[in-house]
Write a protein that binds this ligand. Structure first.
Ligand SMILES: [Zn+2]
Length: 115
């Protein structure tokens, strides 16, 4: 990338898909949220329960970044609901790429690259 202050992240869409059991939590098939950079957005009027969100959050920053083709983070896209009685699954899809500027997202100065 020619501009050394710029970096790119994938935009994500996380959609509820049906599993092999009935869903227990307050998420319905087709519900979704989107993530661009640090910003999560929901369609107007739709909610999303916090317990599956808590299970999804650690994975989202990794899914936003480029990964090796053989990395399981590249190939695996469905996450199970953390409620053991719930059949809900959450499919993470990379929907696009957004370019950000380092100086817009942190006050830490750019320095030599870390290993
Ligand atoms: Zn659930």
């Amino acid at each position: 990338m020619a501009d050394s202050d710029a970096f790119q992240l994938y935009d994500l869409r996380v959609e509820v898909v049906a599993g092999d059991k009935e869903m227990v939590c307050n998420h319905r098939e087709g519900d979704y949220f989107e993530l661009s950079g640090e910003n999560l957005s929901l369609p107007p009027g739709q909610s999303f329960p916090i317990y599956p969100l808590a299970a999804l959050l650690p994975l989202l920053p990794a899914k936003q970044r480029k990964t090796e083709p053989s990395d399981w983070m590249t190939t695996d896209a469905e996450i199970a609901c953390p409620d053991p009685h719930c059949g809900g699954r959450f499919r993470i899809t990379r929907t696009g790429v957004t370019t950000f500027r380092h100086g817009d997202v942190t006050r830490v100065p750019l320095g030599p690259a870390s290993p």
